[in-house]
Design a protein around this ligand. Structure first.
Ligand SMILES: Cc1cc2nc3c(=O)[nH]c(=O)nc-3n(C[C@H](O)[C@H](O)[C@H](O)COP(=O)(O)OP(=O)(O)OC[C@H]3O[C@@H](n4cnc5c(N)ncnc54)[C@H](O)[C@@H]3O)c2cc1C
Length: 476
């Protein structure tokens, strides 16, 4: 480790009061139409995807009302927006700031990434790409979008083991929140992190890596953006591979485990209107034996699908079993297209795989509440990791994801009902989505909560990277 987070472990300090973590319903109701589709592909120069000030690298500007997250439900409360052109500029900015947060591509659904001080995008830092063939790693700037990294890696004969459903998100933003794809033998995107470089609260540059820094390193990867501004990320790479993607229809819930076990990456979609599961997106390694025609009693879709009924399938990666490169099959959505209309909210909970059937059965009791405000529910398998705040820490997980309609007033009571039903299964929330679990429950479901709190208090003793949301869940 260069720099010094040492190994501080302090007490827990659970918050006594349960409060909601999601965006303010009143504000969400007042949200105007989302920004233009082009901005929301994430391809705009302004990688917050929110449009607005349009400053270039090395610039700063007041934050106007246009600066929102991708879904448009969070209006950033920051006073100023910065886009430094160099790491030294960033270090000066952080050192001099009272409150500061980094923003990636703004695809989160809650106020985790907001601040009342300075919001900083790293998209103006120099683009670099360091492939280390001996160590099987690649080191990239924090703001790199997975889709851009993947294309470049593939051209060199390499791949990442997994990707999220959309390739538009930044590496640092995804890693900071424990973002994942699916695959029962594959960890989250954060689990591929081998090293980090970050600017800490006093403006120092700290480098940490998995090989040298061991357990404390595992505390710094899923950081919630609370330990510093990450400038570079080193990721494990594997040899490039091809995938065939098939969509199968009408899976029995009793066959969910068998479905997850049958391919490299499997996503299951349901609408909570019927006992059976509507669609299974099976992403097989190209060399694997094709699925039998009667695979698990399902039928094959005869045309491409979008996970949300009625949305255009051309926004999605190729299906129908056509083999293609890993980065054009593992995400559900294509880089050059907007994944969906953006008029949505998302929530996600992770429970141990071992209790998946019981957890889903518990939700049956609130299916009639879920269905009317649901666009789609996705079930995924994620392998356990050792990252302290990861939703998958030390347990193979079932990820239960909800894409809700963009109506916070209607959705929030249903989110509360879902959380109540899942409570016996120690659900861990997706840090970047809408949730309202009690702070005490969040602390209890993360075995390394106290260790992370200690790291947080020591690395940011003045609370420079703190937000209201962090204060609620990680009291000072
Ligand atoms: C359509 C859609 C599909 C999605 N699909 C998936 C999915 O398949 N799987 C999944 O797990 N999630 C999914 N998500 C959620 C998404 O992966 C997370 O919200 C992720 O954090 C987004 O990355 P971002 O770059 O937009 O981060 P932001 O939303 O910009 O930031 C997220 C957090 O990271 C912090 N951060 C960003 N950059 C830095 C930095 N350089 N240093 C320190 N902290 C930083 C921010 O402060 C903030 O707290 C999806 C979201 C959308 C909108």
């Amino acid at each position: 480790m260069t720099g010094s987070p040492n190994d501080a472990r302090t007490g827990t300090g659970n918050a006594a009061v349960a409060q909601r973590l999601d965006s303010d319903p009143a504000e969400a109701d007042a949200v105007p139409r989302p920004p233009a589709a082009d901005d929301r592909t994430g391809s705009a120069d302004d990688r917050t995807g929110t449009g607005g000030e349009g400053i270039g690298a090395g610039g700063s500007a007041p934050v106007g009302p246009a600066r929102r997250n991708w879904a448009g439900n969070v209006r950033y409360a920051a006073r100023r927006y910065h886009r430094p052109a160099t790491v030294d500029e960033l270090r000066r900015l952080v050192a001099g700031a009272e409150r500061v947060r980094a923003v990636g591509t703004g695809h989160s659904f809650n106020r985790l990434g907001d601040t009342t001080g300075d919001l900083v995008s790293l998209a103006g830092l120099p683009a670099t790409f360091q492939l280390d063939r001996d160590r099987c790693t690649v080191t990239v700037p924090a703001a790199t979008r997975y889709g851009d990294l993947a294309a470049r890696l593939h051209a060199q004969g390499y791949a990442l083991a997994n990707l999220a459903s959309l390739p538009h998100i930044s590496v640092a933003g995804a890693v900071a929140t424990g973002t994942h794809g699916s695959g029962e033998t594959i960890g989250s995107l954060a689990s591929a992190v081998a090293g980090l470089e970050l600017v800490t609260a006093d403006g120092d540059l700290l480098t940490v890596d998995r090989a040298s820094d061991g357990d404390p390193f595992a505390g710094m990867v899923v950081s919630l953006g609370a330990l510093g501004v990450v400038t570079r990320v080193t990721l494990d790479v594997v040899p490039a591979f091809d995938i065939r993607q098939h969509v199968r229809l009408d899976l029995s819930r009793a066959d969910l485990d068998a479905a997850f076990a049958s391919a490299y990456s499997v996503s299951v979609f349901t609408d909570w209107r019927a006992p059976r599961l509507r669609e299974v997106w099976v992403k097989q390694r190209a060399e694997a034996a094709p699925l039998p025609a009667d695979w698990l009693g399902t039928t094959a879709a005869d045309a491409p699908r979008h996970p949300v009924l009625g949305m255009p399938p051309q926004n999605c990666t190729p299906q129908l079993g056509v083999p293609g490169p890993w980065h054009e099959r593992l995400p559900h959505f294509r880089l050059g297209f907007t994944p969906s209309s953006g008029e949505e909210l998302q929530s996600e909970y992770h429970v141990p795989r071992a209790v998946a059937a019981e957890a889903l059965a518990a939700l049956d009791a609130v299916a009639d509440l879920i269905a009317p405000v649901l666009k789609v529910c996705e079930l995924r398998a994620v392998a356990a990791d050792r990252l302290w705040l990861s939703p998958h820490y030390d347990r193979d997980s079932l990820a239960i994801h909800f894409t809700w309609v963009a109506d916070a007033a209607a959705v929030l009571p249903v989110v509360a009902a879902v959380e109540e039903r899942l409570a016996p299964f120690a659900p861990r929330p997706h840090w970047s989505k809408v949730f309202g679990l009690a702070p005490s429950a969040v602390a209890a479901s993360h075995p390394r909560y106290a260790d992370f709190l200690g790291l947080l208090r020591r690395l940011d003793s003045a609370g420079k990277f703190r937000t209201d949301l962090l204060d609620r869940y990680f009291p000072r």
